[in-house]
Design a protein around this ligand. Structure first.
Ligand code: DON
Length: 583
């Protein structure tokens, strides 16, 4: 009887989520080490490296290179990202390997003669930013890893050379992408020139294997050697701007993460040029003034309060965020608890605010001066696909990495002869004021295109500490929904007492100021939806524009630590095909 009920619960849950895999409400428990990523083979790679004596950074670097092979749509050599590391001695490292605009980039490079935005920011050679992933992973390995680069790259080289069986979804994604086929090298590698790969077929990538081997034996080749020349030549042949000088001038930046607190927990996350951590902390600061636990998860009251916090923090994102090497971003004021308290005064308990009527509380002259100097919000073309992975090792070192080509398969350009896809991260800059993007995301002039500048990101690799001890490792893809996803998961654990897997599974919601819409995943009760509508919300199920977006929200790949036993608790998102692997 009990087992029948359990089976029914699982079946119903699967039907609710539409998930292919059995949706568990329990995380994977591992006493020693764990890796959680969107691909089982990548998670296994990280674990294999820790079994061989590597620490969490070795494992993360190995997982990152493996994802570039087994998850080519988002895992990458030709993109960029952010890595947050916390070593057991409590030392924090934040490695910024975000792409940069090439030296020849200009503020108006994506406008046609009528002043309209072309397809260039998100498709083809001119959308490519100077890639940072290889530099970032090599930097992490050489500064914080215990093994050699060759050791941690060996599994990825093997996966590329020997291949791996494609899932139905992977085969479909390569076949159905509308743009991959426009680029002959991509069409040859990912679509076998029209003889599309099918589920279960082995996907081998010999050029990529060779490229990985070259990097493993001489990592500077990518930015300073023959590989840099081959890459720049291939991009320029297609009309792109990246030169060997751009590659030689690329540098990883070590930055201080943003830090704050939420109900006594310490929260550590991504600083600019990602908006992720700053916006997350602003949201949490606003929410700290409410008893969400009393309101209850998914109640109209708590959805309302959280959505209003999202609305205000995204309003500030639009105004203030950009590359900190190009303008001073007033992070300290934005994450000040006094600022959050002032914002709370504008939240009505029973009515939705109207986004266009929001007015920033004028309590900090730094914010007012900044806003006066950067008057008009501009719209960026941020769009959807990325990947996140989390690692904890036996000593308690932890790594959270979010990395991206920006779009699914990035610019769709594969570097000729090198076998890897290149990003379309230039799309994360604001191309032109007031032109809605695929994600309707608005940003400020601080994010205009400029040579050598890093485009604004929403990526938010995050850690939460409890009494100074590691408690959560969080992150997700999903564009602007990265931030609301991380917030939803964190609140799920801290406020609603969910275990990490329940918090990852729980239905998500999102508001990003403009558009003035509350996006809900499908699984909220009709009664709750009705109350929210009565409060004044315009509700939309799913995200973005068009049906293709309905199913895709985000993909949280997270870890919790059991405070009593120290067990590592891995939670891969039921919405995707990832896996938590540990021992
Ligand atoms: O850096 C950013 O915020 C975006 N390029 C990330 C894109 C993304 O997350 C898409 N994910 N599904």
């Amino acid at each position: 009887m009990a087992s029948t009920r359990k089976l029914l619960t699982v079946v119903c849950f699967n039907l609710l989520l539409g998930a292919a895999a059995v949706a568990s409400t329990q995380p994977v428990h591992a006493p020693h080490v764990i890796v959680v990523s969107v691909h089982e083979l990548a998670s296994q790679t990280g674990v294999e490296i820790m079994r061989a004596g590597g620490n969490a950074v070795d494992a993360a670097v190995a997982t990152g290179f493996a994802l570039a092979v087994v998850h080519p749509a988002a895992g990458n050599l030709g993109g960029g990202g952010f890595m947050l590391v916390r070593m057991t001695d409590s030392k924090l490292h934040f490695i910024d390997f975000r792409e940069k605009a090439p030296a020849a980039a200009t503020a108006t490079m994506y406008l046609d003669s009528n002043g309209d935005v072309t397809d260039d920011p998100w498709l083809g050679y001119r959308s490519i930013g100077v890639p940072g992933s290889v530099a970032g992973l090599v930097f992490a390995e050489t500064h914080l890893g215990k093994l050699t680069l060759a050791q941690v790259m060996a599994p990825a080289i093997r996966l590329a050379r020997e291949g791996y069986p494609l899932t139905w979804q992977e085969a479909r994604d390569m076949r159905d992408d509308k743009y991959l086929g426009k680029f002959p090298e991509s069409r040859r590698i990912f679509q076998r020139d029209g003889n599309y790969y099918k589920q279960g077929e082995i996907f081998r990538q010999p050029e990529l294997a060779r490229t990985l081997e070259r990097i493993a034996s001489n990592p500077s080749d990518f930015y300073h050697g023959a590989m840099a020349r081959e890459l720049a030549t291939s991009i320029q042949k297609g009309g792109g701007l990246i030169t060997t000088n751009d590659l030689a001038n690329y540098e990883v930046k070590e930055r201080a993460p943003v830090e704050g607190s939420y109900r006594g927990y310490q929260v550590i996350s991504a600083p600019p040029p990602s908006s992720g951590g700053t916006v997350l902390l602003e949201i949490l600061n606003i929410l700290e003034g409410y008893d969400l636990a009393r309101s209850g998860a998914r109640s109209a009251e708590s959805v309302h309060l959280v959505a209003e916090a999202f609305r205000r923090a995204f309003y500030d994102r639009a105004e203030f965020m950009g590359d900190p090497d190009f303008s001073k971003i007033p992070v300290a004021q934005l994450i000040d608890k006094k600022y959050a308290a002032a914002w709370r005064e504008s939240i009505e308990p029973e009515h939705a605010s109207i986004s266009k009527n929001l007015k920033r509380p004028a309590i900090f002259s730094e914010l007012e001066q900044y806003a006066a100097a950067h008057p008009q919000p501009t719209v960026t073309t941020e769009s959807p696909h990325t990947t996140h992975y989390s690692v904890v090792d036996a000593e308690g070192n932890a790594v959270a990495v979010t990395t991206t080509l920006n779009d699914w398969f990035g610019s769709r350009v594969t570097a000729e002869g090198l076998g890897f896809l290149l990003n379309d991260e230039m799309d994360d800059f604001a191309a032109k004021p007031d032109v809605p993007n695929s994600d309707d995301l608005i940003q400020g002039r601080a994010n205009a295109i400029s040579p050598g500048k890093r485009p604004l990101s929403s990526m938010a690799p995050t850690m939460v500490l409890n009494d100074g001890k590691l408690f959560l490792v969080l992150g997700s893809p999903g564009s602007s929904r990265i931030i609301s996803t991380v917030a939803n998961v964190l609140i799920g654990v801290v406020d609603y007492g969910m275990n990490i897997q329940e918090a990852v599974n729980a239905p998500r919601f999102h508001n990003q100021w403009i558009p003035d819409v509350l996006s809900l995943e499908e699984w909220f009760s009709p009664d709750t939806v009705k109350i929210l509508e009565q409060m004044g919300y315009t509700i939309k199920f799913g995200v973005g524009k068009g049906d293709e977006w309905r199913g895709y929200w985000s993909d949280a790949e997270c870890i919790g630590i059991d405070p009593k036993t120290g067990e590592r608790l891995g939670a891969s998102d039921v919405r995707h095909n990832g896996k938590a692997v540990g021992y």
